[in-house]
Design a protein around this ligand. Sequence first.
Ligand code: GAR
Length: 209
Amino acid sequence: MAKLRIGVLASGRGTNLQAIIDAVETGEVEAEIAVVVSNRPRALALQRAMCHNIPSVVIRQPDYPGRVEHQVAIAGLLREKGVGLVVLAGFDRILVPEFVRQFPFRVINIHPSLLPAFAGGLHAQAEALSYGVKVTGCTVHFSTEEVDAGPIILQAAVPVLDDDTVESLSARILEQEHKLLPLAIQLIAEGAVEVAGRRTIVTRSQRGD
Ligand code: GAR
């Protein structure tokens, strides 16, 4: 069977992209990274792609009349590359419906909180800390037209310690992100994730047995 072709959208340092690259290279994730797209020309994610001979493309929003045109251009490229799963790995734009509708339940996002807590922004770790929760974590979910509200695929919990800073908490969450996102991709590649209303059903053990 042909390998699932994934397109990764990343705006920043790309450590989640790196986790996917590593998991593909070890065979832990049976998929192919068809393309990495960034809206930021200086994103470290682009260099990570280049180092592993993965095609990468910069598509900047200011080069388009607006958000919709920008994202329609990204969607066009992903289709051209035969992408069957779009992975948002630190992509700093809110998706427009014109994008999401082109890939129904074929876009996943990683968010650094236990959704639905601390949804909708780029500072979930700081929000968790200032709210005073004792447990936070990360979530991989399908992206739908509503921000951070699509069916949840996997979550990992992380304790918040009394002496945590945003940096220490973010690092603890990130460690889990790097496991969770490749695992979610592998489960989807295996056809082991079913969407049932607003829930998902994962039809194999996450430990591989
Ligand atoms: C990650 O922590 C990811 O969960 C977060 O951005 C970071 C990207 O790091 N995403 C969001 O906050 C989405 N709302 P990375 O560039 O090192 O993968």
